[in-house]
Write a protein that binds this ligand. Structure first.
Ligand SMILES: *[C@@H]1O[C@H](CO)[C@@H](O)[C@H](O)[C@H]1NC(C)=O
Ligand SMILES: *[C@@H]1O[C@H](CO)[C@@H](O)[C@H](O)[C@H]1NC(C)=O
Ligand SMILES: *[C@@H]1O[C@H](CO)[C@@H](O)[C@H](O)[C@H]1NC(C)=O
Length: 394
């Protein structure tokens, strides 16, 4: 099976006509009207250090039973692009950020979903027109208006204070009390320049917030320090930094580089403090990372890379017209003839694979953005679909 797939991909690569087609398609989706979430803001593609496709796939363990296919889709048509999932200290939830800018929480069957918080007062008086609330909000329609109501992508409760911290693509890092309401902005600028695309965050025990500012090639890992209310650049020049997760003992954090298809470790303490190193090359495009009770890390991956993608990464100018945001990835994937499916993988602190779950035929899950393991159950978010998936685990 595996071998056959490789052969097919190789033949694809050998057809210059197909590569030309890719280029043409790339131009078509170049986003000349800058409607994309990062449209017109910054675009400076670089050559990426992406690990060779064959090498990664050769060593990647497969889930031959395609166990993720046993997952269940819940709340279909009730949540729109729920990227990040969180639970409060009372165990209530999930809480999730939606494509229409709201942060909602599940209050059980009797109450259902209720709006918990908003990232801007623009949208207190909500109207369908303004925020495209509804199942259309994960479609292209929404991209034009997304900025007005925000796009909360990363959510984290501070277990001590009960406050919810939010990474919003347009409104930066915000915080809201345990009663909800309109969130208060904490970090919108760094060194006087706006944060372009806050994507995910995690809270250090000392109160500092580590978060990603997603860009194609000049992405950053940033840190907000509450005592001084200042934001600092921790790492610069990253390739589409996305999910971030601090380790249990706070000696390091992990973050994903989506377009480099890899999991990175940044040391916060000890002899390697300040060093960053890749710890796992992945078969596809990773999104968020979330820790489980054993201190292991679930990574949500949209699979798979193809040899064509490797060509793109070695030729930045092609890629610059090809890649936009994961939000658009299913659309792009279709154009590119990639058969995207879902892989979620559990890693230990060394970056070794502990578990791989796939939905190889894409029967249940198509795109994933986050995996949360809570009390014998995996909760799986997706930025581009109107549902949440669950799976009993282990
Ligand atoms: C899955 O199948 C492939 C090929 O059929 C095989 O090489 C591999 O060992 C199998 N993996 C597991 C975990 O059974
Ligand atoms: C939204 O709902 C309508 C009516 O239920 C349906 O026709 C349409 O296909 C849905 N759109 C999406 C993007 O799911
Ligand atoms: C918290 O710890 C991190 C990692 O060691 C450090 O970078 C940061 O400055 C600390 N924050 C505060 C407020 O002390």
């Amino acid at each position: 099976m595996e071998k056959k797939n490789h052969l097919k991909d190789d033949t694809f690569l050998q057809h210059p006509i197909l590569i030309l087609l890719v280029l043409v398609l790339g131009l078509v989706i170049m986003d000349p009207f800058q409607m994309g979430p990062v449209g017109g803001l910054e675009f400076r593609p670089v050559k990426h250090n992406i690990a060779p496709y064959k090498q990664v796939m050769k060593n990647w363990p497969r889930d031959n039973q395609s166990r993720l296919g046993l997952g269940k889709l819940e709340f279909e048509g009730e949540v729109f692009g729920p990227e990040s999932l969180e639970f409060d200290h009372l165990g209530r939830g999930p809480y999730t950020g939606l494509a229409d800018g709201r942060i909602v929480r599940w209050m059980g069957k009797d109450v259902g979903w209720e709006t918990f918080a908003l990232v801007t007062s623009n949208c207190v008086e909500r109207s369908e027109k303004l925020c495209a609330k509804g199942n259309e909000s994960t479609t292209k329609k929404q991209w034009k208006v997304e900025k007005r109501c925000g796009r909360p992508l990363g959510l984290r409760f501070d277990k001590e204070s009960g406050k919810l911290y939010i990474a919003d693509a347009y409104y930066g890092i915000l915080v809201v009390g345990s009663e909800g309401g309109v969130a208060t902005p904490l970090a919108t600028h760094v060194h006087g320049k706006p944060i372009l695309f806050a994507n995910d965050l995690d809270i250090h025990t000392n109160g500092s917030i580590f978060f990603t500012d997603t860009r194609e090639a000049t992405g950053r890992l940033l840190r907000y320090d509450p005592p001084t209310k200042t934001t600092h650049v921790v790492l610069d020049g990253l390739a589409f930094p996305n999910g971030v997760q601090i380790s249990r003992d706070h000696t390091f954090l992990l973050f994903t580089e989506t377009t480099n298809c890899r999991l990175m470790k940044y040391w916060l303490e000890g002899p390697k403090t300040g060093h960053v190193e890749p710890i796992a090359n992945l078969p596809g495009f990773p999104d968020n990372v979330r820790i489980n009770e054993n201190g292991q890390f679930w990574v949500a991956i949209d699979c798979c890379r193809t040899p064509i993608q490797e060509v793109l990464s070695h030729n930045p100018w092609i890629r610059s017209v090809y890649f936009r945001l994961p939000i658009r990835m299913s659309f792009l994937a279709r154009l590119m003839g990639m058969k995207m499916y879902t892989v979620i993988s559990l890693f230990n602190e060394m970056g070794e694979v502990v578990e791989v779950l796939e939905d190889r035929k894409g029967v249940v899950m198509k795109l994933v953005s986050e995996v949360r393991e809570v009390k014998g159950k995996l909760w799986i978010g997706t930025v581009a679909h109107n549902h949440i998936a669950t799976l009993p685990y282990p």
